[in-house]
Design a protein around this ligand. Structure first.
Ligand code: ME8
Length: 674
């Protein structure tokens, strides 16, 4: 057995959605870069990813497609694996929660927790909408009715198993308080302690009887195991936990890090550690909650039709450009906006101008001035020393930054060397040296230093980019693998003079940003239209809205809260609204509609017709003379065949009350609101 230090890293296991988007690729690319970095720096790495395949949602989608849930997921999982291949994800294992090696162990875990009294049988109570087959909490009902379809709901009680989270609450609080590194970044630690743990944990309902597509509770097969208990266990079932072949478990557990999106930190830092405490197993060393990639207008989600397809991007710009962008653009813990423009600009500036040019210029000059043979360095000047010192100082700084998951800063550090090397070319002007035969040895020193910097850069970028290092090495003529190791960065000068370079293709061709933007927008627009007209997507969206159990509902509420954060607008966005005071001149009911009123508004000197859904709350007479607030620059729309030129603002509460917004005291119609 090797005596290397081990490093176990996981991504979340993905729900089998038929199109993973760039946001999903984000977590996996980050985990992959870390796994590659650790391998490069001498660790024995275990990198796990996989799919989370059970649950009512899958059961329904499969039924609607007329296939079995297993057939449904098999098909999708194949696509997910394809995507990871395309993105060069170097996972060591891929676990599916429908595999026997997983299901059997989840049953053992459940049974053990039951036998020791940490799981007990009780009663689950909630509101149920039979037509929608959905459970709702009291708070979620609208007027006491199903928030989805508006029909009557009934109070149901269902036998269920519960997990005693409360029993371990104090132990977990103490653990988190005494292990600063456990939840990262630190803001997420405070959120967990203050919002969930300190207010007190309720026991968790960990079984369901309302659907079948799950792992049966081993001693009571009417019940299936709650999806999160099932899913979280993957991190140890994949290692052979509780089996005879548990070498990997003994070798790699506890995990060094679970990388997860911020909305699922809660499951990983509350339910999961409590499961492990109850099992008497060590806790993972760290759970790192990263931010979301959002598009202008909120988190990417398939049901919103605003996803960015990584396959399109990789096919157009290459896997390295996309991996680089994902890791460089946004600090890993924070949310970041994905935009085509930012991607294209990064490619042109960092990859084409900085890295691509450095490779091109260096190799071309070695080729031209030294017949393609890397020259021997001679006497060093201050500028050379400075470049060399910078080059050898980068690896340890990158290592420190990577240990804190600061991918973006680690890349920025490497780009300092690239920038410095480009500047070195401008300072030493090799093309001037080349004209003077007495400067030949100086020219050789300059080009040697540049070639060696390139070699070091190719090693430094190798965790982040999978194709570029090989291309650089090929152009430099490097065949000896010992020149591509992390250790080879310890000192400057490993590249043997006399190596024959090989000019190759430009590693990153320059992009015409305008043209690319136009084409990408067209592609994304077409995909959006296709997804909107695709009934399967509609069903998926509806399913999402109907997610049928209390825990999923809770999860969704949290999700909404975080989506709101991601949805914050700038003052410039707000300024796009033209809000005006308008006086209601007349109002009348709209024929055949019990909701709509047609209003004539005076807005300064102008008259506007607006159709508003307030008939249930105001009679036409109550409205005439009122000063209301109009969104004056809303695109006109037709409602029941009548053109509405704007919208008036109203507040609604969750009891179904509505009140129109009006002004505090009289002010001229047409006044601008800001
Ligand atoms: O949550 N930006 O699966 P999932 C960044 N099955 N990350 C994003 C993202 C975005 N726009 N959209 C999704 C699940 N993700 C569970 C996990 S683990 C035991 C069970 C991330 O497919 C998201 O934050 O919905 C999460 O970390 C991962 O993709 C999987 O999401």
């Amino acid at each position: 057995m090797s005596d290397k230090k081990t490093f176990y890293i996981t991504t979340p296991i993905y729900y089998p959605s038929d199109k993973l988007h760039i946001g999903h690729a984000y977590t996996t690319v980050a985990a992959d870069a870390m796994a590659r970095f650790k391998r490069l720096t001498g660790y024995d790495v275990m990198f796990l990813t996989g799919t989370d395949e059970h649950g009512q949602k899958i059961e329904r989608l499969a039924r609607e497609k007329g296939v079995t849930p297993k057939e449904y997921v098999d098909n999708i999982v194949a696509g997910i694996k394809e995507l990871w291949k395309l993105m060069d994800i170097s996972y060591d294992d891929f676990i599916r929660t429908t595999e026997e090696r997983h299901e059997k162990v989840v049953q053992k875990i459940f049974k053990k927790l039951y036998d020791q009294g940490d799981i007990y049988k009780g009663e689950y109570q909630g509101w149920y909408c039979t037509p929608c087959e959905s459970f709702w909490t009291e708070r979620q009902l609208v007027d006491g009715k199903c928030p989805d379809c508006g029909r009557k709901v009934e109070l149901v009680k269902e036998e269920a198993y519960f997990f005693k989270l409360s029993k371990y609450q104090q132990q977990l609080i103490e653990y988190i308080e005494s292990h600063d590194e456990f939840i990262q970044p630190p803001s997420r630690k405070n959120e967990m302690l203050n919002n969930f743990l300190r207010p007190g944990l309720e026991d968790l309902c960990v079984s369901r009887t309302s659907f079948k597509w799950g792992i049966p509770v081993p001693f009571d097969d009417k019940h299936v195991v709650y999806v999160w208990i099932d899913a979280l266990s993957n991190y140890i079932t994949a290692l052979g936990y509780m089996t005879d072949a548990d070498e990997k478990y003994r070798k790699y557990w506890p995990a060094d890090v679970h990388l997860v999106g911020k909305e699922i930190v809660r499951f990983h830092t509350i339910i999961w550690p409590i499961m492990l405490m109850a099992l008497g197993e060590p806790l993972p060393k760290q759970v790192f909650g990263h931010g979301w990639l959002v598009l202008e207008g909120g988190k990417m989600s398939k049901s919103k039709g605003n996803v960015v397809d990584p396959v399109v991007l990789v096919e157009r710009y290459g896997v390295d450009a996309i991996r680089y962008f994902l890791l460089r653009e946004v600090p890993f813990g924070a949310d970041g906006v994905f935009s085509n423009e930012a991607l294209l600009n990064r490619i042109n500036s960092d990859l084409v101008n900085d890295l691509g040019n450095l490779v091109n210029r260096t190799i071309a000059m070695v080729d031209r001035y030294f017949d393609g043979l890397i020259p021997q360095p001679a006497q060093l000047e201050d500028v050379d020393m400075e470049l060399r010192q910078l080059a050898v100082s980068i690896p340890s700084r990158v290592e420190q930054l990577m240990d804190r998951f600061e991918f973006s800063n680690a890349l920025a550090e490497i780009w300092k060397l690239i920038g410095r090397a480009n500047k070195y070319i401008d300072e030493t002007t090799p093309w001037v040296l080349a004209k003077d035969p007495s400067k030949r040895s100086r020219l050789g020193t300059v080009l040697y230093n540049l070639s060696e910097c390139l070699r070091m850069i190719s090693v430094l970028v190798s965790p982040f980019m999978t194709r570029t290092p090989g291309k650089i090495c090929q152009q430099l003529g490097i065949r000896d693998e010992s020149l591509t190791t992390w250790d080879s960065l310890a000192e400057f000068g490993k590249l043997p003079p006399g190596t024959r370079v090989q000019r190759g293709e430009v590693i990153f061709p320059r992009l015409d940003v305008e043209k690319e933007l136009k084409e990408l927008e067209e592609i994304q627009q077409r995909a959006k239209q296709a997804s909107q007209s695709n009934s399967e997507t509609h069903t998926a969206a509806k399913e999402e809205a109907r997610a049928a159990d209390g825990a999923v509902q809770q999860e969704r509420q949290d999700d909404c809260q975080q989506k709101q954060e991601a949805n914050q607008i700038s003052i410039d966005d707000f300024a796009k609204l033209d809000l005006r005071v308008a006086r209601v001149v007349s109002a009348e009911a709209v024929e055949k509609s019990n909701k709509l009123l047609k209003l004539t508004l005076e807005v300064g000197g102008e008259t506007r017709q607006v159709v508003s859904g307030i008939a249930k709350y105001y009679t036409p007479e109550q409205l005439v003379g009122k000063k209301v607030i109009l969104v004056a620059n809303l695109k006109p729309a037709k409602l029941m065949g009548i053109v509405s030129e704007g919208m008036i603002l109203a507040a609604t509460d969750d009891k179904g009350n509505l009140a129109l917004l009006t002004v505090d005291h009289d002010i001229a119609s047409g006044s601008k609101i800001s």
